[in-house]
Design a binder for this molecule. Sequence first.
Ligand SMILES: C[S@@+](CC[C@H](N)C(=O)[O-])C[C@H]1O[C@@H](n2cnc3c(N)ncnc32)[C@H](O)[C@@H]1O
Length: 203
Amino acid sequence: MKEFWNERYGAKEFAYGKEANVFFAEQLVKIKAGKLLLAAEGEGRNAVFAADHGWDVLAFDSSSEAKKKAEKLALDKGVKIEYQLAELSEMNLPENYFDVIGLIYAHFPAEIKSDYHKRLDRSLKIGGYILFEAFSKKQLTFNKRNEKPMGPLNLEMLFSIEEIKNDFPNYEILILKEEEVNLSEGLYHKGIASVIRFIGRKK
Ligand SMILES: C[S@@+](CC[C@H](N)C(=O)[O-])C[C@H]1O[C@@H](n2cnc3c(N)ncnc32)[C@H](O)[C@@H]1O
């Protein structure tokens, strides 16, 4: 999988653009800046946006090409981010530490995805927020409507509202919806998509 991502990010252009995900940006600015963790952050678009808005950002991703591009983007924009090259299982995350965790198109294999959510939950403070956007299971049928498919082609790597409720039972749900959006993010998120958007506050 790392090879796939390194190849994708090896191109000069940004796979998902340099602008933060719209939902993430809209929601993040409503929260008082503090410590933010961005999982599977790719080329750094969300990290750089957050740092520019006063957040103390730790991002990680398992792709070395992603890290290079993210660090260069931060340098170009004149902001500071910390970015670790790691799988989530290799991260030594402090417990009860972050104010916000961002999961933006953080799709993991079926056998680890719920466990990953639980690990991340442990590092979020009580009262902290999860900001989440990713493709829903309906995306597989939506893909037929676009020129190029978007997101994982494996149903189990995609999300449902039920899965989010099961993975985050200890959260007050502020937003949890499956909706149709028109994505325009870089080279690979282009067209009509079905996504799950979730904002949860840890109880
Ligand atoms: C669709 S990209 C999303 C990137 C970024 N969050 C964004 O929205 O621009 C998915 C990312 O997940 C990363 N990834 C996949 N499995 C991972 C894992 N087990 N640990 C850390 N990163 C992972 C990939 O390297 C890739 O950058």
